[in-house]
Design a protein around this ligand. Sequence first.
Ligand SMILES: NC(=O)c1ccc[n+]([C@@H]2O[C@H](COP(=O)([O-])OP(=O)(O)OC[C@H]3O[C@@H](n4cnc5c(N)ncnc54)[C@H](OP(=O)(O)O)[C@@H]3O)[C@@H](O)[C@H]2O)c1
Length: 280
Amino acid sequence: MVTIGHKDTKTGEMTSELEMPNFGLGVYLMKEPGECKSAVSHAINSGYRLIDTAMAYGNEEEVGQAIRESDVPREEIFVVTKLRRPHATGYEEVLRRCRESMENLGIGPIDLYLVHAPPEDITAREPVWKAMEQCLERGWVRSIGVSNYGNHHLEDMLNYARIMPAVNQIEINPWLQRPSLISATIESGATPMAYSPLARGHKVRDPSLVQIAEILGCTPAQVAIKWCIDSGAITIPKSSNPDRIVENFHSQNIDITPVMEQLQSMDENYVSGWDPTVEI
Ligand SMILES: NC(=O)c1ccc[n+]([C@@H]2O[C@H](COP(=O)([O-])OP(=O)(O)OC[C@H]3O[C@@H](n4cnc5c(N)ncnc54)[C@H](OP(=O)(O)O)[C@@H]3O)[C@@H](O)[C@H]2O)c1
């Protein structure tokens, strides 16, 4: 578990802190009917307590169903969802979309609500964040954060935010290590959250990774996932495959300290999908 919270921009103090698991299941690209529900159910039964979804993934309903039908109490499962980028247009729309996500999930307050990416309309960034702060104030969500925010986006928030994000969810993995953005994220008061820890599966057969996994006696995916966790990021690999869901869960128990130097040298600035952190 990790403690997340919001830095007050006036006092510098941390507010509304809460505990969040530092490992969970991502559910992007689970579009077949029932696929997401069955992956989330299997993950919860295997010990996962954090689920990362988004309105853009079209599966908030299935995430909610799986949680409601599970034997694990709702309050023991931490749910993250996100405001779609095309919906990040202004104050009222954010409030409306937050309610919509709550209805889709049907599990009460959202544990962490993220702005999926910096709003494309720069003038919308302030009202969007003010509405996020309002969602928190109204108790619709237990914490708020951002995703795909670069150093300059975070810095700019100091001009308009009352409280800073609790989390910045960005792509982080051994091939995209981002030391500067991780430092800026921590400096802002936010905890880094690593999406695409396997570079969307592009890198699980990377020969250097395979060799390291052989030395450690685990799988290549487990090494990459554990590197993200050990770098201090909340890590959310996606899998729809029951065996890989369990395999990824056990990455938490792998000791990668003997191969840390080799892993640090694998950085190649490889972006597996999109990268709004570099946009204006
Ligand atoms: N905020 C954002 O902009 C953003 C962007 C991207 C992702 N995300 C979040 O981060 C989560 C994870 O990222 P991601 O889905 O992009 O990619 P990822 O977790 O890096 O990789 C997922 C891919 O790797 C495969 N895989 C999973 N476990 C494996 C294993 N043990 N061995 C071999 N292959 C394995 C999966 O296939 P199978 O399903 O067949 O196992 C899938 O094709 C997403 O689901 C989403 O929640 C957020």
